[in-house]
Design a protein around this ligand. Structure first.
Ligand code: HMG
Ligand code: MG
Length: 314
């Protein structure tokens, strides 16, 4: 480490020059919080994330408020942040009702969220896998007709708490279905954080074989088993340049109890900047944001980098 709290920069071959971080702290990070976080705090969190240089910040979800009570204030929150210059604010929509709510507020980016397994489709969306894809089809079409960018999440790509191992071809089937509907980008979710690097390589190669180009793939690792950074590096070596992460390592999924926090954005930025990969993020400002958010939530951030940098002088 250099004296200014930044990693030493030593580039490695075969990696992208730049990575786009898709920040999910305000959505995936907060959706599982038991105590209601005030809307003003969420808005301030998003503004601080933007101030730290993040340009894609997933803001909230237009889901059923009873299913995710923490995000029931989506209508109130979104207009408070939608004027941030140069920042894209994707939002999750599970169905037509969700899309209508998002479009009514002028959302320019939405995400549908599918599952690679039947069990999680049922738990998360109250639908079979094929029923959920049938729900998404007109949602994606309507969004595309209105010039809205659509991300397609696929959860449980590397393991499922009810079904165990998830065969890569099962994931590929859902990914190609979302691509064929017209999704602009896919995000491969390791919802419960069990993936290892070889699995990541295998899935990415299979997706390429099935005609899904690496450019449309993002990776979304939760860090339950401490593999998120190793898995990210494997994805970068494959050519992936979109990586999801959550400031401070906040996160979890209310419908998969074994899901823990996402890959912490600070841990990701430390690795990327150390490799000489540009992100546009100011690590000091981002860490300060996560320390502030941890104070709001009343417990320390689980991010190793946040903890190391905030205790650096002691
Ligand atoms: P359902 O109960 O089957 O809904 O839930 P329904 O279609 O039968 O409708 C029932 C009522 O809900 C109706 O009202 C609808 O209008 C209303 P009524 O006619 O009875 O008065 N309704 C809605 N209201 C507001 N907004 C809506 C909406 N939809 C229906 N969008 C539903 C189905 C999909 C709605 C429900 O299961 C749901 O909201 N699920 C969301 C679950 C969720 O948000 N999970 C977390 C995000 S996914 C994740 O974290 C994974 C990810 O991070 C990647 C990874 O890590 O793998 C993305
Ligand atoms: Mg997630």
């Amino acid at each position: 480490m250099s004296a200014d709290g930044l990693p030493m920069v030593v580039p490695a071959p075969g990696l992208p020059a730049r990575v786009r971080i898709h920040e999910v702290g305000a959505r995936d990070g907060l959706q599982n919080e038991k105590t209601a976080v005030p809307t003003a705090v969420k808005a301030e969190f998003i503004r601080r994330l933007a101030g730290a240089g993040l340009t894609t910040i997933e803001a909230t979800s237009f889901v059923h408020p009873k299913w995710v009570p923490q995000l029931a204030d989506a209508e109130e929150l979104f207009p408070q942040v939608s004027d941030l210059p140069g920042v894209a604010l994707p939002v999750l929509v599970p169905n037509r009702r969700g899309l209508d709510r998002a479009l009514a507020l002028g959302a320019g980016r939405v995400a549908v969220f599918a599952s690679a397994t039947e069990s999680f489709a049922k738990a998360n969306l109250n639908r079979t896998l094929d029923e959920s894809l049938a729900v998404f089809e007109p949602v994606v079409r309507q969004a595309k007709d209105q010039g809205v960018h659509v991300r397609g999440y696929v959860s449980m790509c590397f393991g499922d708490p009810w079904e165990g191992a998830v065969p890569a071809h099962q994931v590929a089937r859902v990914c190609t279905a979302l691509r064929d509907m017209g999704c602009d980008e896919l995000s491969l979710g390791d919802t419960i954080g069990v993936a290892t690097a070889g699995q990541v390589r295998e899935l990415l190669a299979l997706l390429n074989d099935r005609g899904v180009p690496t450019e449309m793939i993002g990776v979304h690792f939760h860090d339950t088993y401490g593999q998120a950074l190793a898995n990210t590096l494997a994805a970068l070596q494959h050519g992936v340049t979109t990586v999801d992460a959550s400031a401070g390592g906040l996160g979890g999924c209310p419908y998969a109890k074994s899901a823990t926090g996402n890959l912490a954005t600070e841990d990701l930025v430390w690795m990327l900047h150390g490799l000489g990969i540009a992100t546009g993020v100011d690590l000091g400002r981002l860490t300060a944001t996560s320390v502030w958010m941890a104070e709001q939530l009343g417990r320390p951030s689980p991010s190793r980098t946040v903890r190391a940098l905030s205790h650096k002088d002691q």
